[in-house]
Design a protein around this ligand. Structure first.
Ligand code: ADP
Length: 498
């Protein structure tokens, strides 16, 4: 029996896991960094312990410290949430060896699905269709060009260790190859410490469809239907919904069965997601497997009435799945909007500061999973997602109407958020009629945002500006009484641009 769970995460997902613990009468144990001393998850957990300094590698990514603390406070399980160490097979192996229960898959399954080329190879051998391309890294430009010719342009170079949309480059012809290869490799090296890249055919205007699966440690597998996550910016999901508006019953049957096949291929247990691209001819191709809980799991919970986090804990305890495939039905429609502290006018750079007003909304069909409260800090060190607004309705139309209402009521002050973007998306014909694809935001929204820096300023410089501005905020001498952080940021941007 699991009685005490250490949650190796922060923000909304830590808060979400605390709720599951409470319902199961399990003690929740939070960890936090210096920057998160006043964070909501710290206040809501039954116990909370300082783990280290603010940078993630000194706190939420510090494997040894987390396991040491878990032992010290007698935690009998660790829930990793998503991000941070959730898909780090080395960490999972360390947890396994410590005798503490890991609430997630085995380190072996995570390792099998961790490298994109290895995962593609495994899927191919198990009759799961993959995006055409290589199942080995590309080592030279000549080799890459040869393969690109065979597959046919356009192609994509992708990081073997990829994640978060990083290390990807689209290439239309031989002339673009060399520069793209160098950029993708160096971005990958920087982000993942591994410069290996491989080739995939670029699928034109696809949809991103993914399937939630659950499996126990006794070899039982079920799926919880699909989610559509085609509204993306920089290959990162912005809005997700379930079920998908783009597939019919026959594709649903095939894509869910294929997902179970994929999960079985790596002897998977616990919650996982198989991601696919769906092309214009409704062919689907395996993209990757996320061997953890997804950010967007609530939309699946809303249409099935099933608590995925509680089931994760029960699976980790060694219980059989508590539900059979035939007992699961799709009920209505759910949409999720990821609310980020982002400054839309400044290339969506993180908007850091203190939350000075947080007026929640509720009402029929609305759920908000949040990591903030009034007076919460939004630190520079972590992903600036503040909350997820989820709307359920009997039909897609009703869930959209409810989402619009909820967004018009939900108020956050102190930082700027991306909420205006949702209001725009939810009124677009392409979104309403379902004709949108993964390029919808880049093609339709981005040109509307006047931002002379967008094309020119690399992401790294944006991050530097944000950090410098944050530091200066505490150094009053750099401000005169009338200046605000936006002005200072713009001055820095001007300087850097020159
Ligand atoms: P990551 O692991 O970095 O998130 P994924 O492989 O999951 O990368 O892809 C993220 C997104 O990038 C997809 O949802 C899709 O929008 C785009 N993408 C990835 N591969 C392709 C491809 N071969 N063709 C077209 N778009 C792609």
């Amino acid at each position: 029996m699991i009685k005490r769970i250490l949650i190796a995460n922060r923000g909304e997902i830590a808060h979400r896991i605390i709720k599951a613990c409470r319902e199961l009468n399990i003690t929740s144990i939070a960890i936090y960094s210096e920057a998160d001393k006043n964070a909501l998850h710290v206040r809501r957990a039954d116990e909370a312990y300082l783990i280290g300094n603010s940078p993630a590698n000194e706190s939420y990514l510090n494997k040894e410290k987390i396991i040491e603390l878990a032992k010290k406070v007698n935690a009998d399980a660790i829930h990793p949430g998503y991000g941070f160490l959730s898909e780090n097979s080395e960490f999972i192996e360390m947890v396994e060896n410590s005798g503490i229960n890991f609430i997630g898959p085995s380190s072996k399954s995570v390792k099998l699905m961790g490298g994109k080329t290895d995962a593609r190879d495994l899927m191919m051998k198990n009759n799961v269709p993959i995006v055409p391309g290589t199942t080995e890294p590309i080592y030279t430009i000549e080799e890459g060009k040869k393969i690109a010719k065979e597959i046919g342009y356009p192609i994509m170079l992708k990081a073997v260790a990829g994640g978060g949309g990083k290390g990807m480059r689209k290439i239309y012809n031989d002339d673009e190859f060399e520069t793209a290869f160098q950029l993708a490799s160096s971005e990958s090296k920087k982000a993942f410490g591994n410069s290996s890249v491989y080739i995939e055919k670029y699928i034109e205007n696809p949809k991103h469809i993914e399937v939630q699966i659950l499996a126990d440690k006794h070899g039982n597998y079920i799926h919880l239907f699909e989610r559509e996550c085609s509204v993306q910016r920089r290959h990162q999901k912005v809005i997700e919904e379930a079920p998908s508006i783009s597939i019919d019953e026959s594709i649903r049957e095939r894509i869910t069965q294929t997902s179970i096949q994929a999960a079985k291929a790596c002897n998977y247990f616990n919650a996982g997601t198989i991601e696919f691209l769906l092309d214009k001819n409704k062919n689907f191709y395996f993209l990757e497997m996320n061997t953890r809980l997804q950010v967007e799991h609530p939309v699946t919970e809303m249409i099935t009435g099933f608590d995925i986090v509680k089931e994760q804990i029960k699976i980790a305890e060694g219980n059989k799945l508590s539900i059979k495939q035939d007992d699961l039905k799709i009920n209505g429609h759910a949409i999720e909007c990821r609310v980020y502290a982002e400054d839309i006018d400044n290339n969506f750079s993180p908007s850091i500061g203190k939350i000075t007003l947080h007026r929640l909304t509720s009402g029929p069909g609305i759920r908000i999973d949040r990591g903030i409260d009034i007076s919460s800090d939004v630190p520079i060190y972590y992903d600036p997602m503040l909350a997820k607004v989820i709307a359920w309705g009997r039909t897609r139309e009703e869930s959209i109407e409810r989402m619009k209402r909820a967004l018009s009521e939900y108020q956050i002050c102190g930082v700027t958020t991306n909420m205006p973007v949702f209001k725009w998306i939810l009124n677009q014909d392409e979104f309403l009629d379902g004709s949108f694809d993964i390029n919808f935001l880049e093609q339709k929204l981005m040109p509307l945002i006047p931002n002379k820096w967008r094309e020119n300023l690399p992401e790294e410089l944006e991050n530097v500006i944000t950090v410098v501005t944050a530091l200066l905020k505490n150094e009053k001498k750099y401000f005169n009484s009338s200046s605000n952080s936006k002005e200072v940021k713009n001055k820095w941007r001007d300087l850097l641009y020159e």
